[in-house]
Design a protein around this ligand. Structure first.
Ligand code: GLU
Length: 258
Protein backbone atom coordinates (compact mmCIF):
# COMPACT_ATOMS: atom_id res chain seq x y z
CA UNK A 1 0.00 0.00 0.00
CA UNK A 2 1.24 3.49 -0.86
CA UNK A 3 1.96 5.43 2.28
CA UNK A 4 -0.86 7.90 2.90
CA UNK A 5 -0.46 11.59 3.64
CA UNK A 6 -2.29 13.45 6.40
CA UNK A 7 -3.52 16.99 5.84
CA UNK A 8 -4.56 18.99 8.87
CA UNK A 9 -6.58 22.16 8.40
CA UNK A 10 -7.24 24.76 11.08
CA UNK A 11 -10.37 26.71 11.95
CA UNK A 12 -8.77 29.99 10.85
CA UNK A 13 -8.57 28.62 7.30
CA UNK A 14 -12.15 27.35 7.19
CA UNK A 15 -14.06 30.26 8.73
CA UNK A 16 -14.42 33.94 7.91
CA UNK A 17 -12.71 36.17 10.44
CA UNK A 18 -15.45 38.84 10.40
CA UNK A 19 -18.50 36.72 11.26
CA UNK A 20 -17.20 33.22 12.12
CA UNK A 21 -19.22 31.47 9.43
CA UNK A 22 -17.84 28.67 7.27
CA UNK A 23 -16.01 30.13 4.28
CA UNK A 24 -17.47 28.17 1.37
CA UNK A 25 -14.95 29.51 -1.15
CA UNK A 26 -12.00 28.51 1.04
CA UNK A 27 -13.53 25.07 1.56
CA UNK A 28 -14.05 24.57 -2.16
CA UNK A 29 -10.42 25.43 -2.94
CA UNK A 30 -9.24 23.11 -0.18
CA UNK A 31 -11.43 20.22 -1.34
CA UNK A 32 -10.33 20.77 -4.93
CA UNK A 33 -6.66 20.64 -3.90
CA UNK A 34 -7.17 17.47 -1.86
CA UNK A 35 -9.13 15.79 -4.65
CA UNK A 36 -6.30 16.56 -7.12
CA UNK A 37 -3.70 15.32 -4.67
CA UNK A 38 -5.58 12.09 -4.05
CA UNK A 39 -5.80 11.66 -7.83
CA UNK A 40 -2.03 12.15 -8.23
CA UNK A 41 -0.58 10.64 -5.07
CA UNK A 42 -3.16 8.26 -3.67
CA UNK A 43 -4.32 8.10 -0.11
CA UNK A 44 -5.07 11.08 2.09
CA UNK A 45 -6.62 11.55 5.53
CA UNK A 46 -7.98 14.99 6.37
CA UNK A 47 -7.86 16.11 9.99
CA UNK A 48 -10.24 19.03 10.08
CA UNK A 49 -10.91 21.52 12.82
CA UNK A 50 -13.79 23.91 12.46
CA UNK A 51 -16.56 22.18 14.42
CA UNK A 52 -16.66 24.81 17.12
CA UNK A 53 -16.01 27.58 14.62
CA UNK A 54 -18.83 26.43 12.34
CA UNK A 55 -21.33 26.18 15.19
CA UNK A 56 -20.97 29.47 17.03
CA UNK A 57 -23.52 31.41 15.00
CA UNK A 58 -26.26 28.99 16.13
CA UNK A 59 -25.59 30.23 19.66
CA UNK A 60 -25.45 33.91 18.75
CA UNK A 61 -21.69 34.02 19.29
CA UNK A 62 -18.95 35.25 17.02
CA UNK A 63 -15.91 33.93 18.84
CA UNK A 64 -14.61 30.73 20.45
CA UNK A 65 -16.80 29.92 23.50
CA UNK A 66 -15.05 30.12 26.84
CA UNK A 67 -17.05 27.69 28.97
CA UNK A 68 -16.72 23.98 28.34
CA UNK A 69 -20.41 23.07 28.09
CA UNK A 70 -21.01 25.76 25.48
CA UNK A 71 -17.93 24.69 23.53
CA UNK A 72 -19.10 21.08 23.53
CA UNK A 73 -22.66 21.99 22.54
CA UNK A 74 -21.45 24.33 19.81
CA UNK A 75 -19.19 21.63 18.38
CA UNK A 76 -22.17 19.26 18.12
CA UNK A 77 -23.93 21.76 15.85
CA UNK A 78 -20.81 22.77 13.93
CA UNK A 79 -19.55 19.25 13.23
CA UNK A 80 -22.68 18.44 11.21
CA UNK A 81 -22.40 21.74 9.34
CA UNK A 82 -18.78 20.99 8.55
CA UNK A 83 -19.43 17.47 7.31
CA UNK A 84 -22.43 18.62 5.31
CA UNK A 85 -20.15 21.10 3.52
CA UNK A 86 -17.40 18.52 2.94
CA UNK A 87 -19.84 15.92 1.67
CA UNK A 88 -21.34 18.33 -0.84
CA UNK A 89 -18.01 19.65 -2.05
CA UNK A 90 -16.22 16.29 -2.35
CA UNK A 91 -19.33 15.05 -4.16
CA UNK A 92 -18.49 17.42 -7.03
CA UNK A 93 -15.35 15.32 -7.50
CA UNK A 94 -17.26 12.03 -7.18
CA UNK A 95 -15.66 11.43 -3.84
CA UNK A 96 -17.22 10.34 -0.57
CA UNK A 97 -16.36 11.40 2.94
CA UNK A 98 -16.15 9.37 6.13
CA UNK A 99 -16.33 10.91 9.59
CA UNK A 100 -14.18 9.73 12.50
CA UNK A 101 -14.47 11.53 15.83
CA UNK A 102 -11.84 10.46 18.34
CA UNK A 103 -10.69 11.11 21.91
CA UNK A 104 -7.37 10.40 23.62
CA UNK A 105 -8.63 6.98 24.76
CA UNK A 106 -8.93 5.89 21.14
CA UNK A 107 -5.13 6.17 20.88
CA UNK A 108 -4.26 5.08 24.43
CA UNK A 109 -6.30 1.90 24.72
CA UNK A 110 -4.72 -0.81 22.52
CA UNK A 111 -8.01 -2.32 21.43
CA UNK A 112 -9.53 1.02 20.51
CA UNK A 113 -6.32 2.04 18.77
CA UNK A 114 -6.34 -1.15 16.71
CA UNK A 115 -9.97 -0.57 15.80
CA UNK A 116 -9.29 2.97 14.67
CA UNK A 117 -6.32 1.80 12.65
CA UNK A 118 -8.32 -1.00 11.01
CA UNK A 119 -11.14 1.38 10.13
CA UNK A 120 -8.76 3.92 8.62
CA UNK A 121 -6.89 1.25 6.65
CA UNK A 122 -10.13 -0.09 5.26
CA UNK A 123 -11.33 3.39 4.32
CA UNK A 124 -8.01 4.18 2.65
CA UNK A 125 -8.35 1.10 0.48
CA UNK A 126 -11.33 2.76 -1.17
CA UNK A 127 -10.01 5.16 -3.80
CA UNK A 128 -13.03 7.46 -3.69
CA UNK A 129 -13.34 7.89 0.08
CA UNK A 130 -11.65 10.60 2.11
CA UNK A 131 -11.60 9.94 5.88
CA UNK A 132 -12.12 13.15 7.84
CA UNK A 133 -11.03 13.10 11.48
CA UNK A 134 -11.76 15.53 14.29
CA UNK A 135 -11.59 15.34 18.03
CA UNK A 136 -14.90 14.30 19.57
CA UNK A 137 -15.34 17.68 21.18
CA UNK A 138 -18.66 16.81 22.80
CA UNK A 139 -16.87 14.51 25.27
CA UNK A 140 -13.18 15.36 24.92
CA UNK A 141 -11.81 17.41 27.77
CA UNK A 142 -8.96 16.99 30.23
CA UNK A 143 -7.87 13.33 30.22
CA UNK A 144 -9.98 12.50 27.20
CA UNK A 145 -8.47 15.25 25.13
CA UNK A 146 -5.72 14.47 22.62
CA UNK A 147 -4.73 18.14 22.90
CA UNK A 148 -5.19 20.40 19.92
CA UNK A 149 -5.86 19.12 16.43
CA UNK A 150 -2.21 19.52 15.40
CA UNK A 151 -1.40 16.79 17.91
CA UNK A 152 -4.44 14.76 16.81
CA UNK A 153 -3.09 14.89 13.25
CA UNK A 154 0.28 13.57 14.44
CA UNK A 155 -1.42 10.71 16.30
CA UNK A 156 -3.35 9.81 13.15
CA UNK A 157 -0.20 10.06 11.03
CA UNK A 158 1.66 7.73 13.41
CA UNK A 159 -1.21 5.28 13.48
CA UNK A 160 -1.43 4.87 9.73
CA UNK A 161 2.32 5.14 9.02
CA UNK A 162 1.90 8.33 7.01
CA UNK A 163 4.58 9.45 4.60
CA UNK A 164 3.99 13.12 5.30
CA UNK A 165 1.94 15.48 7.42
CA UNK A 166 0.88 18.84 6.01
CA UNK A 167 -0.40 21.35 8.56
CA UNK A 168 -2.48 24.01 6.82
CA UNK A 169 -2.70 27.16 8.87
CA UNK A 170 -3.44 30.83 8.14
CA UNK A 171 0.18 31.80 7.49
CA UNK A 172 2.75 30.66 4.94
CA UNK A 173 5.01 28.83 7.36
CA UNK A 174 7.48 29.48 10.18
CA UNK A 175 9.16 32.87 10.44
CA UNK A 176 12.36 33.65 12.31
CA UNK A 177 11.62 35.66 15.47
CA UNK A 178 11.02 39.33 14.61
CA UNK A 179 10.66 38.55 10.91
CA UNK A 180 6.90 38.00 10.61
CA UNK A 181 5.92 39.26 7.19
CA UNK A 182 9.45 38.65 5.91
CA UNK A 183 10.49 35.40 4.29
CA UNK A 184 9.52 32.07 5.82
CA UNK A 185 12.13 29.52 6.75
CA UNK A 186 11.91 27.01 3.93
CA UNK A 187 13.63 24.04 5.50
CA UNK A 188 14.34 22.90 9.04
CA UNK A 189 16.73 20.01 9.60
CA UNK A 190 16.80 20.19 13.38
CA UNK A 191 13.48 20.97 15.02
CA UNK A 192 15.11 21.68 18.38
CA UNK A 193 16.84 24.71 16.89
CA UNK A 194 13.53 26.44 16.11
CA UNK A 195 11.36 25.42 19.06
CA UNK A 196 11.56 28.92 20.55
CA UNK A 197 10.72 30.69 17.30
CA UNK A 198 6.99 30.82 18.10
CA UNK A 199 5.04 33.25 20.20
CA UNK A 200 2.24 31.76 22.31
CA UNK A 201 -0.49 33.49 20.40
CA UNK A 202 -3.67 32.23 18.72
CA UNK A 203 -6.37 33.78 16.56
CA UNK A 204 -9.81 34.42 18.07
CA UNK A 205 -11.17 31.23 16.48
CA UNK A 206 -8.03 29.16 16.78
CA UNK A 207 -6.85 26.79 19.45
CA UNK A 208 -3.28 25.82 18.81
CA UNK A 209 -1.04 28.64 17.60
CA UNK A 210 2.53 28.21 16.36
CA UNK A 211 3.87 26.99 19.68
CA UNK A 212 1.45 24.06 19.69
CA UNK A 213 2.25 23.40 16.05
CA UNK A 214 5.97 23.15 16.73
CA UNK A 215 5.34 20.71 19.60
CA UNK A 216 3.29 18.57 17.26
CA UNK A 217 5.91 18.88 14.50
CA UNK A 218 8.64 17.79 16.92
CA UNK A 219 6.75 14.65 17.77
CA UNK A 220 6.06 13.89 14.11
CA UNK A 221 9.62 14.38 12.83
CA UNK A 222 11.09 12.52 15.79
CA UNK A 223 8.81 9.66 14.76
CA UNK A 224 10.12 9.74 11.19
CA UNK A 225 7.28 11.71 9.55
CA UNK A 226 8.30 14.66 7.37
CA UNK A 227 6.03 17.59 8.24
CA UNK A 228 5.21 20.83 6.43
CA UNK A 229 3.52 23.95 7.74
CA UNK A 230 1.81 25.72 4.86
CA UNK A 231 -0.84 28.31 4.11
CA UNK A 232 -4.29 26.72 3.94
CA UNK A 233 -5.61 29.84 2.20
CA UNK A 234 -3.38 28.80 -0.73
CA UNK A 235 -4.28 25.10 -0.83
CA UNK A 236 -3.25 24.78 -4.49
CA UNK A 237 0.30 24.51 -3.16
CA UNK A 238 -0.52 21.06 -1.77
CA UNK A 239 0.48 19.01 -4.81
CA UNK A 240 3.91 20.65 -5.04
CA UNK A 241 4.37 20.29 -1.30
CA UNK A 242 3.59 16.58 -1.39
CA UNK A 243 5.93 16.22 -4.38
CA UNK A 244 8.75 17.62 -2.21
CA UNK A 245 8.68 21.24 -3.34
CA UNK A 246 6.06 23.98 -2.84
CA UNK A 247 5.97 27.09 -0.69
CA UNK A 248 5.99 26.02 2.95
CA UNK A 249 8.28 25.32 5.88
CA UNK A 250 9.45 21.76 5.54
CA UNK A 251 10.67 19.93 8.63
CA UNK A 252 12.82 16.97 7.75
CA UNK A 253 12.19 13.67 9.53
CA UNK A 254 14.82 13.13 12.25
CA UNK A 255 14.90 9.39 11.93
CA UNK A 256 13.43 6.55 9.95
CA UNK A 257 9.84 5.67 10.89
CA UNK A 258 9.56 2.94 13.53
N1 GLU B 1 -11.76 20.15 17.53
C1 GLU B 1 -11.84 21.60 17.45
C2 GLU B 1 -12.89 22.00 16.43
O1 GLU B 1 -13.23 21.25 15.56
C3 GLU B 1 -10.55 22.25 17.03
C4 GLU B 1 -9.39 21.99 17.91
C5 GLU B 1 -8.11 22.54 17.30
O2 GLU B 1 -8.15 23.18 16.26
O3 GLU B 1 -7.06 22.32 17.85
O4 GLU B 1 -13.36 23.12 16.49
Amino acid sequence: MDQPIVVKVGTGVLTRAQDATLDGAALLRLVNAIAQTVGDFGKCVLVSSGAVGAGVTAFGLNEYPKDLATKQAVSAVGQTRLMHAYENLFGHFRMNVAQLLRTADDFRDPERRDNTKATLSRLLNEPAVVPIVNQNDTVAFRDYCVGDNDMLAVRVAELIGAKMLVIFSSIDGLYAPGDIGGEIIREVDDIDEVMNFAEKKTGKMSQGGMQAKLKAVRRAVNGGIETCIANGREPERLQDIVAGDGYCTRFRAQKQPA
